[in-house]
Design a protein around this ligand. Structure first.
Ligand SMILES: NC(=O)c1ccc[n+]([C@@H]2O[C@H](COP(=O)([O-])OP(=O)(O)OC[C@H]3O[C@@H](n4cnc5c(N)ncnc54)[C@H](OP(=O)(O)O)[C@@H]3O)[C@@H](O)[C@H]2O)c1
Length: 375
């Protein structure tokens, strides 16, 4: 039996992961963690009967207590690490919408657990530290992000030296063909293909999501920045492409449904039947691919720039983006202000290298910087 912990079980990926695991006979959920949605977490605990449940915000500990039954209840950010320490789980699914689980992920790597990673912010902020530790401990990191899952699958069994470049596909978001002037929050949150959490949906509209994915791919696959490309593919059927030096391009295609990359991360290299409808390729219609507009989607350019500068800069970019997106979702800034805020913050940062504390300091600095710019 494969014992699984889910961080972010109440979110879009977390709920899909639970559905996938229910369909896998040899997997069992032993730990669940969420941020503040104690009602949903309580309902999940009552149904799945994990051994430990963690709620990051302490406030609702009392209300959650009765739902968790015999499970142990931990609270706070430290609770995540403690849960990982206590449970002898085999696999962890990281699906929180921020990098607060980083210490837990480092602990899971030390325990040689399999890391199924949806939270791209972990690699964007701390990629070099995480990958270095994973290599040292020989811990497996398998991406859940559909694009990275596609690249991972296309690279399986291939010689890395034969790769020309990797091409991440982007749906283009709701504004691919529309002007960015006067957009309303409801337009931003209305993604044409994927139903996802609010933060990533805003990131898809600015195309920062693709920028973060470029940084994620850089760490996961260890190719130089110039080999990581982006192409807009609005149908979201082709999830990414690897081009080889002989001219061959391998792509992974499927119905756009996150249950598929989640299941593959859990069962790789085996391919089990899933609940996702098979792709009817003849009915998929025309598949189109075009260059992204880097001038319109400035966040994408900023992400490449931050990656080129390296060290703590991607963490600063990501934190500035997280804060700007929160302000936008709370109606404190307009959609078009997001890239300007990020640019101002990264222009003031001197990137440096160091341990986890050094990276955490850089993110704290970026958070403060956004607040001082806007409040
Ligand atoms: N959704 C997708 O299709 C998709 C695809 C690829 C990658 N991803 C990545 O997967 C991650 C999760 O995305 P999602 O769409 O599932 O997000 P989501 O629906 O917003 O769920 C986020 C999860 O994180 C928790 N959370 C909320 N605020 C948090 C905070 N400040 N710090 C840490 N955790 C917090 C939530 O707990 P509460 O419910 O208790 O607040 C929830 O469990 C993101 O990193 C995203 O980029 C998502």
């Amino acid at each position: 039996m494969n014992k699984v912990i889910i961080l972010g079980s109440t979110g879009s990926i977390g709920c899909n992961a639970i559905e996938v695991i229910k369909g896998l006979k040899d997997h069992r959920i032993v730990g669940l963690a969420a941020y503040g949605n104690y009602r949903r977490l309580g309902a999940q605990a009552a149904q799945l009967k994990p051994l430990i449940v963690t709620l990051v915000t302490e406030k609702h500990r009392g209300a959650l207590r009765k739902d968790v039954g015999r499970a142990k209840l931990y609270c706070g950010e430290d609770g995540i690490e403690e849960m990982i320490d206590r449970l002898n789980a085999d696999t962890i699914i990281c699906a929180m919408s921020s990098s607060i689980g980083i210490r837990g992920v480092m602990r899971a790597i030390e325990k040689k657990m399999k890391i199924c990673l949806a939270t791209k912010e972990i690699l964007v902020n701390f990629g070099s530290l995480v990958m270095k530790k994973a290599r040292r401990m020989r811990a497996q990191i398998i991406p859940i992000d559909s694009e990275h899952s596609a690249i991972y699958q296309c690279l399986e069994g291939k010689n890395r030296a034969d790769v020309l470049n990797i091409i991440l596909t982007a749906s283009g978001g709701p504004f691919f063909k529309r002007s960015l002037e006067n957009v309303k929050k409801k337009d931003v949150l209305n993604h044409p293909v994927w139903k996802m959490g609010r933060k990533i949906t805003v990131d898809s509209a600015t195309m920062m999501n693709k920028g973060l994915e470029v940084i994620e791919a850089y760490h996961l696959f260890d190719f130089p920045v110039h080999m990581i490309k982006v192409v807009v593919h609005p149908q979201a059927i082709c999830h990414s492409i690897v081009q080889f030096k002989d001219g061959t391009a391998l792509a992974q295609l499927s119905t756009p449904d996150m249950r598929l990359p989640i299941q593959y991360a859990l069962t790789a290299p085996n391919r089990l039947r899933s609940a996702v409808p098979y792709l009817d390729i003849a009915r998929a219609g025309r598949l189109t691919f075009v260059q992204p507009d880097f001038r319109k989607f400035r966040c994408l350019s900023l992400a490449y720039k931050a990656l080129e500068m390296g060290r703590t800069m991607p963490a600063v970019l990501n934190t500035a983006n997280e804060e700007a997106v929160k302000l936008f979702l709370n109606d404190k800034i307009k959609f078009l202000q997001i890239p300007g805020i990020i640019e101002k913050v990264i222009s003031k940062h001197q990137p440096r290298d160091g341990n986890l504390e050094c990276y955490l300091q850089a993110t704290a600095w970026a958070k403060e910087r956004v607040r001082s710019l806007v409040c």
